[in-house]
Design a protein around this ligand. Sequence first.
Ligand code: SF4
Ligand code: SF4
Length: 299
Amino acid sequence: MRIAIASGKGGTGKTTVATNLGAVLADCAEKVTYVDCDVEAPNGHLFLRPEIKSETEVTRRIPVIDNDRCTHCGKCARFCQFGALTSLPNVTLVHPELCHSCGGCAIVCPSGAIREERVSVGTIRSGHAGGISFVSGTFTVGLANSTPVIRAAKEAAKSDADGWVLLDAPPGTSCAMMETVKGCDYVILVTEPTPFGLHDLRIAMEVCAKMKLPFGVVINRSGEGKDMIQAACVEASAPILAELPQNLDIARAYSLGILAVRALPELKRAFAQILLQIAARTRSRQAPKLFEAANTQLT
Ligand code: SF4
Ligand code: SF4
């Protein structure tokens, strides 16, 4: 079961939900992998405190032009759908920040003037945090397209696909968020009861609907303003999976890098309920086992 935890707006509590769900699954003796796909600012490690066992570099291929061989025919620039090549009368230029590494320009070049070079775009770190397998991607600062690092992080968690995989998505609804949620069984959209939270939740729900992904909503720091979120969920036929309270103890634990379910064990049930609802809605075969574990171990 692959669940993405996303949000239209940053700072709504996505990582809080993802890491606490991971802890509850581990407490239920379920096989779980947490994947930090927020590769521009990963912070799941602050709460899970994993022991890192391996580091892998993520690279991608960028074309390099041999201007001695180039006849400046312009075929490559006309072929590239992303505007990553400019062919001028005396020189052909590559714009690496626009390149999607499809390799097509090297194939269409009639003069063999294009070779590809591997460049580093980020790192994948893997390890364990108690009973949780941990994967985190970090995107190299200053580059433009983070999706190869997100793909690599998702790939690194593939071998654990028979358990639960929790993908902590980047904020927003850009390509990076879409790359994370693509192929998931369910998307949890975490929001807050503010006008900005509502605005961005609406966009995120639209994206999930367009991608034909089932989704539900968690209202974090629930309180004044939650009515407008509830109304938007009714409008979009989105279930509200949980309302997490505005609570000083949770905020204090967060600031110290302590999981909410460790600071307030009574919250475990709320997180377990989120998982049980998703398992039931997706008719997952993991539902009965989780239900039993939640009843016997979360007391
Ligand atoms: S590899 Fe693909 S995306 Fe990159 S420059 Fe060549 S054609 Fe364009
Ligand atoms: S297709 Fe090859 S020969 Fe033509 S402009 Fe591009 S690099 Fe030069």
